[in-house]
Design a protein around this ligand. Sequence first.
Ligand SMILES: NC(=O)c1ccc[n+]([C@@H]2O[C@H](COP(=O)([O-])OP(=O)(O)OC[C@H]3O[C@@H](n4cnc5c(N)ncnc54)[C@H](O)[C@@H]3O)[C@@H](O)[C@H]2O)c1
Length: 375
Amino acid sequence: MTNTSTHPSHPLLVSDRTGYPADYQPKMDDEANRVQDDILTKRGLKKRKVLLVGGAGYVGVPVAQYLLAKGYDVLNIDRNIYGHHMAVSGLLMIPGYTYKNVDFADFRNVEELLGDVTDVVVLGGLVGDPITKKYPDESHAINDVGVSNVLKGLDGQGMNKVLFISTCSNYGEIPEDQIADEDYALKPLSLYAKSKVMQEQVLLQNDFDYTASILRFSTAFGLSPRMRFDLTVNEFTRAMFLGENMEVYDADTWRPYCHTFDFGRAIARALEAPRDNIHKIPFNVGGDNNNFTKQMVVDQICKQLPDAKYSIVEGGFDRRNYRVNFSRIKDVLYFTPHYDVGQGIAQLIYALQQGLFSDHDQNPNFYNNRVVSYP
Ligand SMILES: NC(=O)c1ccc[n+]([C@@H]2O[C@H](COP(=O)([O-])OP(=O)(O)OC[C@H]3O[C@@H](n4cnc5c(N)ncnc54)[C@H](O)[C@@H]3O)[C@@H](O)[C@H]2O)c1
């Protein structure tokens, strides 16, 4: 079998078999043998190396940590558009990790690095509704043209799997009594989500020579070496911890949430899965127990910070409201999240109590997607 980690440290990281049924091992062995014969032996490579495209961000760094612990080599390319790439400094000394500060939107920068890369995870771009609205030209250049260049350019390069990281924001706004599975009609409301839907179509409508899959992530929460406090759970927890009166707009709107650590687990599951189980198949990534309204998020925070204050404010402008069904990733990849929202909040509170992130106001762009420096 390939990818057997020898990393001795964290049992949660290296031997996370949660949810896999006993009879799934032979299928994973078959998959590992296929990768060995079709990819590694053919190209004279010793082990799988995953290229993280845009992996120096909030999600990318914990994903790299997880994949390294699982025994993959990781090459991360990132343009450091928020001046935040100190976040990878802790990884640089780990054998098997490489970081290059390059722009992926110019595919030549990617192509020249593919020699020993076997698999690709496309994470990079302008992430979120506000930043794409603020920088529509950069958003087009990166999220539309750049990501398309990558997905198309990887065809014919001998890649094994290419995972495109999309978003549950693609569901936009759905009626209260419905829950979106992967076949539910997409209704992207923002420039950000429209670009994601477009790239999903690029993968679904073309027959590239690699195994292509789409992972629609829930809204992220939890710790990361590059924190983002412009995301609901993190933002609310920090503000309420600091004693601010948190103004909560659209309190009854639903959203699914997922911990940064669990994204690494989901990606590893897709990398381990038999090709036919994921090829051209979108997966919602998260868990049914982490569908929350904003009211439920503040309730969780108040449970842990009884003196916290908030007020419900009418007249919000974010129409997104979607509850999501996670049966497919559970049934096909045997993935359920390790952490729930309450546990993520507890970790954030602990970190805040230790004084972490106290430089937030001095370095707002490190902690939030606010000002883009590109190209
Ligand atoms: N954070 C969430 O709540 C969330 C939810 C759903 C989906 N996702 C998806 O997860 C992925 C990662 O999100 P994140 O929260 O880590 O965002 P992030 O903004 O922290 O990270 C994005 C990274 O992409 C890099 N990048 C942007 N343009 C680049 C370019 N031209 N060349 C090289 N690098 C470039 C940035 O420098 C940054 O490090 C994205 O694809 C996002 O759509 C995130």
